[in-house]
Design a protein around this ligand. Structure first.
Ligand code: PMP
Length: 356
């Protein structure tokens, strides 16, 4: 069976061995004669999956014991609301670094609950920020990797005693981060973790249960997830099962340290070509180039369209850039094989030669 090279920004390509295992076990999970999606979340079978998934994530990200791992629904977008709802306590004020479209959405939600200070960044560059003297805010929020703009923080800003919250949706598990630098990390699953819908929240335990307002909905309170091991209601069992398989795949590959090396190699193949090309180019500041999402352009919108159309016919899918930016974008998440990037670069070279 031939697999396409899928450059989608999310939902995105997943490791083939994971998909094959899901397929193999689908009708009878561990010989039970029942599908995993037919088994109660309260059963030993599922509780074991949940426990192992959390353990694997802890191991892969080196999550300290004073951090809780929560499995939440509603995607990363629900965290845009849950973060202010749970963390605005002492000052009713937060500080957001606006690095693009997803950060803007997070800001719009936070503004519904309290005062928000916004630090705007240029679209293609995230300057080094000194945030260590920020005070009188409940938290600082950043987006480590900007899926649409193709930028990432070159280093994680130090926010002193103020908890740092990170939307890590599009680069979680793709490079090493020191979890201790953060108060909260959240990430929608549909890029490096598994199917859409599930969101992982990693929260330092002292930040849980701070909002005592009785109007905070039970399902939007981090404490509910901590107290019930994310089983207050029925969790998205199929997604969590697939997440476990993805984490096993990553661990077997050598973990985050190893995938980071591979991701750097993959991204360098494309960036080096873009830097040399006389047709294609990247606008992103060199320090902030994302390893995961690489927007690029040609000199004309007509050539862009032609490129996307020819690439699609040749089996390179979803290279069209986000509608707000235009051009092209190649997402090179963990599961994108290096051969996919090599094939894309060689296709781009041929296109360039023809266009001359
Ligand atoms: N934040 C970032 C950085 C994203 O890339 C996305 C989705 N592409 C979201 C938030 C929203 O995620 P969801 O669709 O899971 O709500």
């Amino acid at each position: 069976m031939t697999r396409s090279f899928n450059f989608s920004a999310g939902p995105s390509t997943l490791p083939l061995p994971v998909l094959e295992k899901v397929q193999k076990e689908f009708l009878s999970f561990q010989g039970t004669g029942m599908s995993i999606i037919e088994i109660s979340h309260r059963s030993n079978y599922f509780e074991e999956i949940m426990e192992q998934t959390e353990q694997l994530l802890r191991e892969l990200m080196n999550i300290p014991n004073n951090y809780k791992v929560l499995f939440v629904q509603g995607g990363a977008s629900l965290q845009f609301s849950m973060v202010p709802m749970n963390l605005l306590t002492s000052y009713n004020t937060s500080y957001y670094v606006n690095t693009g479209s997803w950060a803007k959405k997070a800001i719009a939600e936070a503004e519904k609950y309290g005062e928000v200070h916004v630090q705007n960044c240029p679209i293609h560059h995230i300057p080094k920020l000194s945030l260590d003297s920020i005070s009188l805010v409940d938290y600082v929020h950043i987006t480590t990797n900007n899926t649409i703009e193709g930028t990432k923080f070159a280093s994680i800003p130090n926010t002193g005693n103020v908890p740092l919250v990170a939307d890590m949706s599009s680069n979680i598990l793709s490079e090493e981060y020191d979890v201790e630098k953060f108060g909260v990390i959240y990430a929608g699953a549909q890029k490096n973790i598994g199917p859409a819908g599930l969101c992982i929240v990693i929260v330092r335990e002292d930040l849980v249960g701070q909002n005592t307002l009785h109007t905070l909905p039970t399902m939007l309170n981090y404490e509910t997830y901590v107290k019930s091991n994310s089983m207050y209601n029925t969790p998205p069992t199929f997604n969590i099962y697939i997440m476990k398989l993805v984490l096993e795949w990553l661990k077997q590959l050598g973990g985050v340290q190893q995938i980071e090396k591979i991701n750097k190699e993959k991204a360098a193949l494309l960036y080096n070509f873009l830097d040399e090309s006389t047709l294609f180019y990247s606008n992103v500041h060199i320090e902030n180039r994302s390893l995961m999402n690489i927007p690029f352009n040609t000199t004309s919108s007509q050539l862009n369209e032609q490129f996307i159309s020819e690439a699609t016919s040749a089996g390179f899918y979803f290279l069209k850039g986000h509608r707000s930016i235009g051009g092209m974008r190649a997402s090179l998440y963990n599961a994108m094989p290096i051969d996919g990037v090599k094939a894309l670069v060689s296709f781009m070279k041929q296109f360039e030669m023809k266009a001359r």
